[in-house]
Design a binder for this molecule. Structure first.
Ligand SMILES: *Cc1c(COP(=O)(O)O)cnc(C)c1O
Length: 490
């Protein structure tokens, strides 16, 4: 197995470059009189000196940031198997669409009658998402998956309040993403953990025992975070509905369903879409995302205001929904992200989305099969779009899941999600997505097999991984506990 080789150019801080008086632009002299800056700005806001202010040329700036960008792993440079996050390729056509002047420069306060094209785009996107998910109505407002969850739980609470009582509890499986219990708790519910069965799936028989008149909803992820399809989902959602409770389905794993199965057919009353995952808009690094929610008719009256309606052939934003939970975000959501997702859906078409789902599931099962004799699978069942391994195969050695993840960086791959889901000891959660070719999948598997060999032959060396990256193993908590926020001062 050849170690991945790449040029890593040493790069100082930008303030360590340059020379006094050097500038990044050169404009012809103008004939305007000089003006004292203190006449325009309050004196106390103006600094006398700017210590170590970078004085650099334009080329130095471009090279500095281009080099720094090479220090990072991204879906644009390597397979990025971060389970649950669906780090698929972001097609460039999305970017072209989002940069169209009429869309990119549209002011959010533009009167509705001057923005009909943009509103038609949003209305069409709502319809596409309703069709893909089998839900009745959509709000594009929430800005992330977690905010979609919070919105969905607020809708559920508003529904129960309207029906006499908000109820007290929300049922959540132990394998759930941390944002699920957080969203339920923020809406005033106490969280009751439902155990998953030995096969890693929920069992209707068990769930039923937890359902009573105090239960407001079940929050369920399907496929779940072990990458397994919840086979008893129909009996489970029926049991909830029989007690007047609702079902929140976490739609973050829609990349295993779209074009093949619909949450709306499984008894979900509300779901969120993570457009930055399934629908290929860029994410990571805290950038903007979008977490629209889809609901069944029973929850539609409570959707966030304003909602997009059609009147006399014109689209307009309407606040005329008195039962609405109100706004959850400024204006109408992250419009640029919505445009990218819409471009993706149109470019793929229904058949393309189905094909993407199939490829994502096939790729995950290919990795699962090739690794199963070497790493310990968390479940024997075939997986959907991601496969999860435990640390059982190397638990006897000094090696930890973290060491394996760090070592992958030396082989030129980003690491899988680790230590999640919590129900699996030392979990390694791999989601290749449909993006990758068989050759890339093979290289990735070969790297993990080579690391398994290192676990047996030189376990202590793995403690120092990564060894070929610009910085080696970092102290995971020190940056958070003792942040250095000021240049030159410890
Ligand atoms: C990513 C994810 C979320 C949260 O979505 P964000 O867009 O990151 O806020 C919730 N549930 C699951 C299963 C996820 O993978």
């Amino acid at each position: 197995m050849k170690m991945h080789k790449r040029a890593v150019l040493d790069e100082p801080l930008i303030c360590e470059r340059g020379s006094p008086g050097r500038v990044g632009y050169s404009l012809p002299a103008d004939d305007l009189p000089d003006r004292d800056i203190n006449r325009d700005l309050p004196v106390d806001l103006c600094r006398e000196t700017l210590e170590r202010f970078p004085e650099v040329s334009e080329a130095e700036v471009v090279r500095h940031f281009t080099r720094l960008s090479q220090w990072n792993f991204s879906a644009a440079t390597t397979l990025y198997p971060l389970g649950s996050c669906t780090m698929k390729y972001n097609p460039v056509v999305n970017e072209v669409a989002a940069r169209l002047l009429g869309l990119a420069q549209l002011h959010p306060l533009t009167p509705d009658d001057c923005a009909q094209g943009a509103l038609a785009l949003l209305a069409d996107l709502e319809q596409c998402l309703a069709e893909i998910s089998g839900m009745d109505a959509i709000s594009l407002q929430p800005a992330a998956g977690a905010q979609g969850e919070l919105t969905g739980m607020k809708l559920i609470r508003a529904y129960h309040v309207d029906h006499g009582c908000p109820r007290k509890k929300v049922l959540i499986p132990g394998s759930a993403h941390g944002t699920n219990p957080a969203s339920a708790a923020l809406c005033g519910y106490s969280v009751v953990e439902v155990p998953t069965g030995s096969a890693g799936m929920l069992e209707a028989e068990t769930v039923v025992k937890f359902v009573d008149a105090d239960v407001a909803a079940l929050m369920v992820t399907n496929p779940n975070t072990l990458g397994l399809f919840e086979r008893e989902i129909m009996q489970i959602t029926e049991a909830l509905h029989a007690q007047g409770a609702l079902v929140y389905m976490d739609g973050a794993n829609l990349n295993a369903l779209m074009g093949v199965a619909k949450p709306g057919h499984m008894g979900a009353d509300v779901i969120q879409f993570n457009l930055h995952k399934t629908f290929s808009t860029p994410h990571g690094g805290g950038g903007p995302g979008a977490g629209p929610v889809g609901v069944k008719k029973v929850l539609e009256p409570y959707l966030p205001n304003p909602r997009l309606v059609q009147q006399d052939g014109q689209y307009l934003w309407s606040d005329a929904f008195p039962q609405s939970i109100g706004k959850v975000r400024s204006f109408y959501g992250n419009f640029g992200v919505l445009v990218r997702a819409y471009a993706y859906i149109l470019a793929m078409g229904g058949d393309g989305l189905t094909q993407a789902t199939r490829m994502a599931v096939l790729n995950a099962n290919y990795i699962r099969k090739r690794l199963e004799g070497t790493y310990d699978l968390a479940s024997d069942a075939p997986c959907m779009h991601e496969c999860v391994f435990s640390d059982a195969s190397f638990k006897h050695s000094s090696v930890k899941t973290l060491d394996i993840a760090k070592r992958l960086l030396d082989y030129g791959f980003y690491a899988p999600t680790i230590y999640f889901p919590l129900v699996v000891s030392g979990a390694l959660m791999i989601e290749p997505t449909e993006t990758e070719t068989k050759e890339t999948l093979d290289e990735f598997v070969d790297a993990l097999l080579a690391i398994a060999y290192e676990v047996r032959t030189s376990p202590e060396a793995l403690k120092n991984a990564p060894m070929t990256t610009p910085v080696s193993r970092l102290d995971e908590t020190r940056a958070a506990r003792h942040p250095v926020l000021r240049w030159g001062k410890g």
